[in-house]
Design a protein around this ligand. Structure first.
Ligand code: NAD
Length: 463
């Protein structure tokens, strides 16, 4: 771990599993309350000066972070693949590292100027954006480095200091990344602690933590929210999703198949804003199914370390079991498997790309977040009915509409109850486009100036 700029380890370690082989990818320090307290204390001490550092210095720090990530991208990508499973190529680890650099660089370019709301002969009123203090960052195992940078860069850009706790499934790449970033940051500005899930609440409930930025499941998000109540911590929660895609009758099945596929299967479906339920108009249902199956069959799945792989294994045994359970449940209820659907024998958590037709709302694979390589395809014939079904979820992260008529697609997209909506695409992000969930998909916004504001409080100066 890195605490106060110094390497720290523990006598006890835990094994991190390589999901492609089931073997051990590495041993990780198993921190506890003492390490969390030390990290928060180091971040608190660093905050005294970092919060008063000129803006240009913090802007430079974010540029330096982008540079260090670029210089060490290949090492980090290999480490990430070894513990997360995603392929090095395609939309895998190198792509993730590219995103880290892009987001850090963009954060360097952002501005939060003092706003003047009144300036006349009665007086002047200025709105200043000030840092909050120590930020606790809790990250999941699906995009561990990119999400870490989404938390770290804006937090430190505006003068906070950070303690990050990665998922115990994928801690190694974050440990190394934080070590590297400490070469360009003052000690204590960025600290990392690793350990079992049980250290999460120690960090999120810590009295010296001013804000928690959490990305993970809705269930854990609720616990984080209650642990923040005691000291009224600020919160950003980016939680689960069950994104619907709606294919309108005028869409061209052959043209949309590839976009739908990657919208659903990027990172093996283990993406918060992946397409998780596909609603297709009855008139083109069979064509969309066959075009999707045709494209899916061309995608190579294998060990992420092999250069040709486009998708790797599911990340962990728990998630693998969930995917198997939901697919088996759908099969038992009469769903038609178009592709995949059988867990293969052999090492690692490999599950085939799975397309399931003739499913309905009410089946678990439609109603629950599968977070894996299995897409349910649901038939509809009435637009009002399908919108009601898409919006019936308690989640509201993303959604998409697929059509040859842009105006029609816009009208439908704007009626989706989701924080983001895409037309003829799903899940693409931009560092200046606000991203966040509505309903139980989260609270708050990431990216761009709106995201930066989440790491500040307002001080209104009447002069
Ligand atoms: P998770 O909630 O199990 O774990 C997330 C993190 O929380 C881990 O670091 C874990 O150690 C920690 N944690 C566990 N218990 C805790 C507690 N009581 N207090 C504080 N921290 C605790 O989620 P996961 O399985 O790692 O990730 C999958 C979920 O994350 C999916 O639901 C997915 O949709 C969601 N996700 C959302 C986004 C988004 O931006 N909305 C992005 C990625 C993943």
């Amino acid at each position: 771990m890195t605490i106060g700029g110094k390497p720290v380890t523990t006598a006890e370690t835990f094994e991190v599993i390589n999901p492609a082989t089931g073997g051990v990818a590495g041993l990780c320090p198993s921190g506890g309350e003492a390490e969390v307290n030390a990290a928060v204390a180091a971040a608190k001490a660093a905050y005294a000066s970092w919060s008063r550092t000129p803006d240009e210095v913090r802007r430079q720090a974010c540029s330096d972070i982008a540079r260090v990530l670029g210089e060490n991208a290949e090492e980090l990508a290999v480490l990430l693949t070894s513990e997360q499973g995603k392929p090095l190529g395609g939309l895998g680890s190198r792509f993730e590292l590219g995103g880290c650099g892009a987001w850090a660089g963009n954060t360097a370019a952002l501005d939060l100027p003092v706003e003047v709301v009144k300036d006349d002969n009665e007086g002047r009123i200025e709105v200043h954006r000030k840092p909050l203090g120590v930020v606790a960052s809790i990250t999941p195992w699906n995009w561990p480095l990119m999400i870490a940078i989404w938390h770290i860069a804006p937090a430190i850009r505006v003068g906070n200091t950070v303690v990050i706790k990665p998922s115990p499934y994928t801690p190694l790449s974050t440990l190394r990344m934080v070590e590297l970033l400490n070469t360009v940051l003052p000690e204590g500005v960025l600290n990392v602690v690793t350990g079992p899930d049980s250290i999460g609440p120690v960090l999120t409930g810590h009295p010296d933590v001013a804000k928690v930025t959490f990305t993970g499941s809705t269930e854990t998000g609720r616990k984080v929210m209650s642990s923040a109540a005691e000291t009224l911590k600020r919160l950003t929660l980016e939680l689960g999703g069950n994104d619907a895609g709606i294919v309108l009758p005028d869409a061209d099945p052959a043209r949309i198949a590839q976009g739908i596929f990657w919208g659903a299967f990027i990172n093996n479906g283990q993406t918060c804003a992946a397409l998780k339920r596909l609603y297709v108009h009855d008139s083109i249902y069979d064509d969309v199914c066959s075009e999707l199956a045709k494209f899916a069959q061309s995608v190579p799945v294998g060990d992420g370390m092999a250069e040709g792989s486009q998708l790797g294994p599911v990340q962990n045994a728990m998630q693998y079991a969930k995917v198997v359970e939901l697919v088996e449940d759908a099969k038992a209820q009469g769903a038609r498997v178009l592709l995949g659907g059988e867990a293969p024998a052999g090492d690692g958590y490999f599950y085939p790309i799975t397309l399931i037709a003739d499913v309905t709302d009410g089946m678990r694979i439609v109603d629950e977040e599968q977070f894996g390589p299995a897409l349910p395809i649901i038939r509809y014939d009435d637009i009002e009915d399908v919108l009601a079904r898409a919006n019936a979820s308690s989640m509201g992260l993303g959604g998409s509409v697929w059509s040859s008529d842009l105006q029609k697609a816009r009208d439908v997209a704007l009626r989706l109850e989701s924080g983001s909506a895409w037309i003829n695409a799903h899940g693409g992000l931009n560092p200046n486009a606000p991203f966040g969930g509505v309903k139980q998909s989260g609270i708050g916004t990431e990216f761009g100036v709106e995201g930066l504001k989440e790491f500040t409080c307002i001080q209104t100066l009447h002069c």
